[in-house]
Design a protein around this ligand. Structure first.
Ligand SMILES: C[S@@+](CC[C@H](N)C(=O)[O-])C[C@H]1O[C@@H](n2cnc3c(N)ncnc32)[C@H](O)[C@@H]1O
Length: 240
């Protein structure tokens, strides 16, 4: 588990255990263990780095990645527009590396996440352990064959064919609860919306989130020359 991070200008080093080897030299485990947050530690080459406690996001950045995970800008939007609270029960599929499931679990009461591939289940379970999250369960199961949980407040789908899960989503969601589906391409959005019976579901919105980061260096402040142009479409649906 990442315990602390070390900072030097725009560089960030993550310390887990034992001595830490960096491009600024070697930092001894004992010095890192003893260092108070906000203080500095010295390497064997006399470089001083500031030491800070690792935040949840610092730890997320160092998780093992399997299949492509949803960018944080989209996860933030899912959390706010779904109305997720600390009392929410959530079902998620597919788990992949578990990045979305872990971020949801950081806010929700309980998250159950379904994944068909055993190798991804292993990666996700390692990541959950690294974050010390106790409110996530990973099920090695195809979500289209059944959702065991009932009266669910939120279902998130990040899988190739989300429309195949709709009959099970309908049975598992509470009336008034939210389904969010994330898909990289428009035919997936069309197929999902076509599969939703308008007497049972209301499509609230379809959005794409664009994040444009800026560079700042004294008075030279401008958008970065390169950006993530497209990630995916988010479809927000309410069970009626
Ligand atoms: C893009 S990845 C999900 C990434 C994940 N949301 C994250 O944040 O790390 C899609 C995953 O869905 C899984 N998947 C596809 N169809 C599924 C199904 N019917 N039931 C469960 N998992 C499924 C795939 O094996 C794959 O791991």
């Amino acid at each position: 588990m990442i315990k602390k991070i070390l900072l030097w200008r725009d560089k960030k080093f993550y310390w887990k255990e034992k001595d830490l080897h960096t491009s600024y030299g070697l930092f001894k485990e004992k010095d890192l263990e003893d260092a108070k947050p906000g203080s500095t530690v010295k390497s064997n080459t006399d470089y001083e780095l500031k030491i800070l406690p690792a935040t949840f996001l610092d730890k997320i950045e160092k998780l093992k990645k399997g299949p492509q995970s949803i960018p944080l800008k989209d996860i933030g939007t899912i959390i706010t527009y779904s109305g997720l609270t600390k009392d929410s029960t959530v079902v998620d599929a597919g788990t992949g590396s578990g990045i979305l499931a872990c971020l949801l679990a950081n806010f929700a009461k309980q998250v159950t996440t379904y994944e068909i591939r055993e190798d991804f289940v292993k990666i996700a379970n390692k990541n959950i352990e690294a974050l010390n999250l106790k409110n996530i369960e990973v099920k090695n199961k195809n979500i289209t064959t059944g959702i065991d949980e009932k009266d669910v407040d939120l279902i998130t789908l990040d899988m190739g064919s989300p429309w195949e899960a709709i009959p099970e989503v309908e049975k598992a969601l509470k009336p008034g609860a939210i389904l969010v589906s994330y898909s990289p391409s428009t035919p997936q959005v069309t197929d999902l919306i076509t599969a939703l019976d308008p007497k049972k579901f209301k499509v609230l919105k379809v959005i794409e989130v664009i994040e444009r980061e800026w560079e700042f260096n004294e008075r030279r402040i401008h958008p970065k020359y390169q950006m993530l142009g497209h990630s995916g479409f988010l479809v927000f649906v309410r069970k009626i």
